[in-house]
Design a protein around this ligand. Structure first.
Ligand SMILES: Nc1nc2c(ncn2[C@@H]2O[C@H](COP(=O)(O)OP(=O)(O)OP(=O)(O)O)[C@@H](O)[C@H]2O)c(=O)[nH]1
Length: 367
């Protein structure tokens, strides 16, 4: 198959639940503002043998998309999801396109691709896309989020970061890639990269920042699953200029009480509601300190917490990233303090927080 367009139409048949032994297919999201350099980056990555069996999906505005035609690959597939933005009106179409691609892979009409790379429109917000993925049972049974890569134009990036869509794309990223640094005169490059990095750091204190034009994002790095906050996460909150997206990074050396952990997950959804954009964390529970619990959630939808067989590295501390909109440091700290049972004179415990009959209850994180 070559390239094709998917738009609207009736919902494809369910792809069913994959057999328990089937590995989940990694699903990579590449986002970034209009013209940032997404297609260019993906094209470079697709040249690597490890990405030869990737299915590329491109989401574009308008009835006639062009981006998928810019994909240089001849042997692989690029599917266009056109007509709007997958993050809002077209979310259903994206789900349909994904279900359809999986069904066709299953019955041999598509080659057995081993991963999917989605390039979003420059105006898309990643949270609703990931939300759609997590919330659809068929897709959740077949696909696993393998990372959100946000491409930022090193020339115009600081200006576009002031836009709400761009800020959310940056805040949500598991990794940030600076494009077009080669367009900056060599004498100014280091200063420009430092300036752009500082802007990105205010919005996202933990994602690695890589110079894409200098080839710093190797295909192997792109493929590596990103599932937990890095060990070296700075314990700080950040706020970007002119908008309300904030990222909080928490860490605790003490093992977490399992009952408090369950309450904490409910409290996050109940108290933060739609202000919660993304939460991911690795937790050391007191009753199973050798096998950390991985929590991965988007808005109020969470994958069931997963017990990992072992810690990914020597760092055995509990650590979590909370990306929110319109939540102040005090509110975020209160939740974390209640989880970790750090005594604070003015802070209620988790039971008091979740028992508040006035608190909004959109279903909780595990519901
Ligand atoms: N010199 C240079 N040009 C780049 C780089 N990345 C992208 N470009 C150019 O920037 C323009 C836009 O790049 P694309 O990769 O199409 O950007 P995009 O984010 O996919 O664009 P949209 O899908 O329209 O939002 C193209 O002319 C690219 O050749 C880079 O690192 N260096």
């Amino acid at each position: 198959m070559g390239r094709e367009s998917v738009k609207g139409g009736s919902r494809p048949p369910s792809t069913g639940t994959a057999p328990p032994t089937a590995a989940l297919l990694p699903f990579h999201i590449v986002t970034g503002f209009l013209g940032a350099g997404k297609t260019t980056l993906i094209n470079r990555l697709l040249r690597a043998p490890d990405l030869a069996d990737a299915l590329v999906m491109v989401n574009e505005w308008g009835e006639i998309g062009l981006d998928h035609l810019l994909y240089e690959r001849l042997s692989g597939d690029a599917i266009l999801v056109s007509g709007g933005c997958v993050c809002c009106a077209l979310r259903g179409d994206l789900v349909d396109a994904l279900r359809d691609a999986l069904a066709r892979r299953d019955d041999g009409r598509l080659p057995p691709f081993r991963r999917i790379v989605l390039e979003t429109t420059g105006l898309a917000e990643p949270a609703p896309i990931v939300h759609a993925l997590f919330a659809d049972p068929d897709l959740a049974a077949r696909l696993s989020l393998a990372g959100v890569t946000t491409v930022v134009d090193a020339v115009n990036g600081a200006a576009t970061a002031a836009r709400a869509e761009s800020a959310r794309q940056i805040a949500f990223a598991d990794r940030l890639v600076l494009a077009k640094t080669d367009l900056v005169p060599a004498a100014l490059r280091a200063a420009r990269v430092a300036e752009a990095s500082a802007t990105l750091r205010r919005l996202n204190p933990i994602a690695p920042i890589l110079d894409g034009a200098a080839g710093e994002l190797a295909p192997a790095d792109f493929l590596a699953p990103i599932s937990a906050p890095p060990s070296a996460a700075p314990p700080s909150a950040s706020a970007g200029p002119g908008h309300r997206v904030q990222t909080f990074v928490f860490r605790s050396e003490a093992a977490i009480d399992p009952a408090a952990f369950a309450q904490f997950l409910s409290a996050l959804g109940a108290l933060l509601g739609p202000r919660l954009l993304r939460f991911k964390g690795l937790f050391a529970l007191a009753d199973r300190p050798e096998t950390p619990i991985l929590v991965d959630g988007v808005q109020h939808v969470f994958h069931p917490p997963r017990q990992l067989p072992a810690w990914p590295n020597a760092d055995r501390s509990t650590r979590a990233v909370l990306i929110v909109e319109g939540v102040g440091p005090r509110e975020a700290d209160t939740l974390w303090a209640a989880l970790t049972r750090v005594p604070r004179l003015d802070a209620p415990d988790l039971a008091a927080l979740t028992d508040n009959p006035l608190a909004p209850r959109p279903g909780g994180l595990l519901g």
